[in-house]
Design a binder for this molecule. Structure first.
Ligand code: HEC
Length: 142
């Protein structure tokens, strides 16, 4: 008698845990999508001018620069298929050069974004840059 009472309770508990887990997974996915969407908005406002609306390096200002703005859809391809999120975030934040790209006409976005978006909290700046990186990651070509 006791054991038969236990198992439906266990079953219900499992179902509830399942629902709970799948809904948190869903929330995470939503948050990720929202982050990528925000990254795209930032990209279009701050980066497309040089890197192009499609991030292919063909922005309106591209021809005026001595250093060609890179095709940002081939970040991974040019790195043997790896997309190093931390390195890309650092390049964007500090305009730190990757070896071979030493002329440097890209502004450092850490300060620029802080000022343009009126952000005080460094954590928020970091998050914005992370969103841009997440968006760029979705654009990578094989
Ligand atoms: C004024 C033009 C300009 C703007 C605006 C600009 N960039 Fe760049 N970007 C460049 C140039 C030029 C390079 C080539 C790097 C070099 O050699 O200095 C570059 C390189 C990069 C790279 C390195 C790519 C690689 O594979 O190594 C990344 C990532 C990047 N830009 C992201 C961004 C993002 C994100 C934004 C917007 C927040 C942005 N850029 C805005 C001109 C620009």
């Amino acid at each position: 008698m006791k054991t038969s009472m236990k198992s439906p309770a266990l079953f219900i508990a499992l179902v509830f845990t399942g629902i709970l887990l799948s809904s948190t997974g869903c929330e995470e996915q939503k948050a990720r999508k929202a982050a990528i969407r925000e990254g795209e908005v930032y990209f279009k406002s701050y980066c497309a001018l040089c890197h192009g609306e499609n991030a292919d390096g063909k922005g309106d200002m591209a021809s005026m620069l001595d250093t060609p703005p890179m095709d940002l859809t081939t970040i991974a391809k040019r790195r043997g298929g790896e997309f190093p999120e931390d390195e890309i975030a650092r390049i964007i934040a500090t305009a730190e050069r990757t070896p071979g790209h030493s002329l440097g006409e890209m502004p450092a976005w850490w300060e620029t974004l802080k000022r343009a978006e009126n952000i005080d909290d460094p954590e928020v700046v970091r998050q914005k840059i992370e969103n841009i990186v997440a968006y760029l990651k979705t654009l990578q070509k094989e």
